[in-house]
Design a protein around this ligand. Structure first.
Ligand code: HEM
Length: 376
C-alpha cells in the first residue's frame, strides 16, 4: 500500500527537480518550454514563434546532485529486490544508470558516492515504513480473502506496484527528438498515485471498520443526507489528489504563480489552447493547474458544508472530532497548496503538500467509518 505512495513521495524527497524558472508576464499563445541544458543557467523561451520571450534563470536541474526515483533502473516485480551489496555491485548498478537519459542529460557529472547516497536516501525511507505497510496490507488481504473477494484483492494489490514500474519506465525512455528534461509521464504518475491511494483507502477502511464499533444512533433523514454528503466529499478529495498528480507530472505548478487570479485573469487565455479540446485537461499545464484549483476549492467548499451541516445534528463525539479534524486539515491543505504555488514549488513544501492529501483522504475515510450504517 504505502510502497507506491511512498515511492511517489520519494520522487519528491530526493528527485532531481526541474523547477526554478519563474515568469510573471504570460503569453496568450500555447507555450513550448525550451530548456537548454548542460550549463549552470537555463534559457527558457515562451510563446509561439512570432513572439518569443527569453529569460535566463538558475538551472536547478543541473545544479542539484541528489536524486532518486529514476536512479534504480533495474526493477523486478517478481524476483526479490535487494540493494546492491559491495563495491562491485554498486559499480554495476551505476553503470546501468549511466545508460539512461537522466544520467546523460542531467547528471553526467554524478559520481558513484553521489549515486550511492541518492539510492540509500530513497530506499531507506521505504524500509522504515515497510513494517506498518505490510501489517495493514496483510490485514486487508486476509479480510478480503475471507469475504471471498480474492480477484478484487489481488488486482488492487498488484496495481500500484505495476503502475509504479510502468511510471518509472516512462522517465527512463530515450526520446531523441525531445528537448525536455527526463521526467515520468503525467498519465502514469496519476495512474500510479490513484492506484496507491485506492489501495491505501481500502486498507484504512478495512482497518477502521474492524477497529471502530458502529455507533448506535437513530436513523434520521438528516443522518442519511450527511452520510451521502460525506461520500461525495470523499470522492471530490480523491479527484483533487488525482488532478494534483497531473500538476506535478507536467510541472504545471510553475506556469502561473499567483493566487486567486492566474496572472491578471480569473480564467487564463490559453486554458483551451490545445486541440482537440479534451487534450487540454491532461496535457495543457495551464488547464491542469486551473482544474486543480477548481477541484481544491470544491473540496474545501464541500468539507465546510459538511462541517456546517453536521453542527446542526446530534452526533457521537468521535464522529464530531473526525469532522472537525477533516475541516481543519482541508484549510491547512489548501494553505499548503497556495504556498507551494506562490513560492514556485520548493521540493520540501511540495512533498508536505502531497502528504497532506493523504492525511486529508485518511480523515475523510475516518468520517465515513464513523458515520457508517449498522448492517441489516
Ligand atoms: C483539497 C485540496 C488539495 C489536495 C487534496 C491537493 C492534492 C495534491 C496532490 C496529491 C499533489 C501532488 C501529486 C503528486 O505528486 O503525485 C498536488 C500537487 C500540487 N498542488 Fe495540490 N492539492 C490541493 C490544493 C491545492 C491548492 C489550493 C493549490 C494552489 C492553488 C495547489 C497547488 C498544487 C501544486 C502547485 C502542485 C504541484 C507540486 C509539484 O509540482 O510537485 N493544491 N496537490
Amino acid at each position: 500500500m504505502l510502497l507506491s505512495s511512498l515511492r511517489t513521495t520519494l520522487l519528491y524527497g530526493c528527485r532531481n527537480v526541474t523547477k526554478g524558472f519563474q515568469h510573471s508576464t504570460r503569453s496568450p499563445q500555447p507555450r513550448q518550454w525550451l530548456v537548454k541544458r548542460g550549463q549552470s543557467t537555463i534559457t527558457v523561451e515562451a510563446g509561439a514563434s512570432s513572439a518569443r520571450v527569453a529569460a535566463t534563470v538558475p538551472n536547478v536541474a543541473t545544479n542539484r546532485t541528489v536524486e532518486s526515483g529514476l536512479s534504480m533502473v533495474d526493477w523486478h516485480l517478481v524476483r526479490e529486490m535487494k540493494p546492491p551489496q559491495g563495491q562491485l555491485e554498486w559499480e554495476a548498478e551505476f553503470s546501468k544508470y549511466q545508460q539512461y537519459p537522466e544520467f546523460k542529460i542531467m547528471n553526467h557529472d554524478m559520481t558513484l558516492p553521489e549515486f550511492n547516497g541518492a539510492i540509500v536516501c530513497g530506499e531507506a525511507g521505504w524500509t522504515c515504513v515497510h513494517p506498518p505497510h505490510r501489517l495493514l496490507l496483510e490485514e486487508r488481504i486476509l479480510h478480503s480473502l475471507h469475504e471471498g473477494k480474492s480477484a478484487w484483492t489481488l488486482w488492487i494489490c498488484l496495481l500500484p506496484g505495476t503502475s509504479g514500474w510502468y511510471m518509472v519506465k516512462s522517465g527512463l525512455e530515450e526520446k531523441p527528438e525531445s528537448h525536455d528534461i527526463p521526467r515520468v509521464s503525467q498519465y502514469r504518475l496519476s495512474a500510479h498515485l490513484g492506484s496507491a491511494l485506492l489501495l491505501y483507502s481500502a486498507s484504512l477502511w478495512t482497518a477502521l471498520t474492524l477497529l471502530l464499533p458502529i455507533h448506535k444512533v437513530a436513523e434520521t433523514k438528516n443522518l442519511t443526507q450527511l452520510r451521502r454528503f460525506a461520500k461525495g466529499t470523499g470522492g471530490i478529495v480523491f479527484l483533487t489528489a488525482l488532478s494534483g498528480a497531473f500538476v506535478a507530472g507536467l510541472d504545471a505548478g510553475l506556469v502561473y504563480n499567483s493566487f486567486p487570479k492566474m496572472g491578471e485573469r480569473w480564467i487564463p487565455d490559453d486554458v483551451l489552447a490545445f486541440s482537440p479540446t479534451l487534450k487540454n485537461f491532461f496535457e495543457n499545464p495551464t488547464t491542469v493547474q486551473f482544474d486543480h484549483r477548481i477541484l481544491a476549492i470544491s473540496s474545501l467548499t464541500a468539507i465546510t458544508g459538511l462541517y456546517l451541516f453536521s453542527r446542526r445534528m446530534l452526533l457521537p463525539r468521535r464522529a464530531k472530532i473526525a469532522i472537525n479534524l477533516l475541516t481543519a486539515m482541508a484549510y491547512g491543505q489548501v494553505a499548503l497548496g497556495i504556498s507551494t504555488l506562490l513560492l514556485y514549488v520548493p521540493t520540501p513544501l511540495a512533498a508536505i503538500h502531497q502528504s497532506g492529501s493523504v492525511a486529508l483522504l485518511s480523515l475523510a475515510i475516518w468520517v465515513l467509518a464513523e458515520l457508517r450504517k449498522m448492517p441489516k
